[in-house]
Design a protein around this ligand. Structure first.
Ligand SMILES: NC(=O)c1ccc[n+]([C@@H]2O[C@H](COP(=O)([O-])OP(=O)(O)OC[C@H]3O[C@@H](n4cnc5c(N)ncnc54)[C@H](OP(=O)(O)O)[C@@H]3O)[C@@H](O)[C@H]2O)c1
Length: 178
């Protein structure tokens, strides 16, 4: 059975984005995201994917959209990434594409709309949250995308990794461990 995780980086007030972008630049946090997701499947909402602008190498990329199809980007991909970008018209179909491709680690990578739906539908068994230290979270006054509030009673913190600019919390869902 595959493991489905949400992975996100949040300010202390749960801000995750402003005007289509992440409000901070922290290379160590980007490295943590890359290291954690490498070799797995990454699922993005259309707006987040357009903000990144290209598929992430070494991972099976799925974009959720009801208005656009990103499969044509496959022509630009070479080597191990060829044919690895898919579009799904729902979150469930995105997960099914990953499952059918044999991915054992599936990461739901945002943005806010996709996180909300995944949590509401209890689709994931793990949350990997980087909480950005206040001094490094940039100007978040105009943040317009937020991570949903989680029900603390449903999640158990299993790991805490302290870095200089952020802390990574790994939570397991108490009932729906995948
Ligand atoms: N800090 C972090 O870790 C992090 C991570 C990811 C993103 N972000 C930030 O989050 C912000 C974007 O979040 P957002 O909520 O505005 O957008 P989003 O979740 O990235 O994308 C929303 C779009 O995804 C598609 N979509 C989502 N759920 C769908 C469903 N069930 N069925 C069909 N299509 C679906 C729709 O595309 P169509 O309109 O084409 O149908 C929808 O408009 C950005 O600022 C980004 O930088 C932050």
């Amino acid at each position: 059975m595959e493991e489905i995780s949400i992975i996100a980086a949040c300010a202390k007030n749960r801000a995750i984005g402003e005007n289509g972008k992440i409000p901070w630049k922290i290379p160590e946090e980007t490295a943590h995201f890359k290291h954690t997701t490498m070799g797995g499947a990454v699922i993005f909402g259309r707006k987040t994917f357009e903000g990144i602008g290209k598929p992430l190498p070494g991972r099976f990329n799925v974009v959720i959209s009801s208005t656009r199809n990103f499969d044509s980007l496959n022509k630009e991909q070479k080597g191990v990434n060829a044919g690895k970008i898919k579009t799904a018209d729902s979150l469930e179909n995105a997960v099914a594409l990953c499952r059918n491709a044999g991915c054992s680690r599936i990461f739901i990578c945002g943005g806010a709309q996709v996180y909300r739906e995944a949590l509401e539908k209890k689709l994931c068994g793990r949350l990997i949250i980087s909480e950005i230290n206040e001094n490094f979270s940039g100007d978040i006054k105009k943040a317009d995308a937020f991570f949903p509030e989680i029900k603390k009673s449903e999640w158990r913190c299993e790991k805490k990794e302290i870095h200089e600019k952020f802390t990574v919390f790994s939570f397991a869902h108490i009932e729906t461990i995948h």
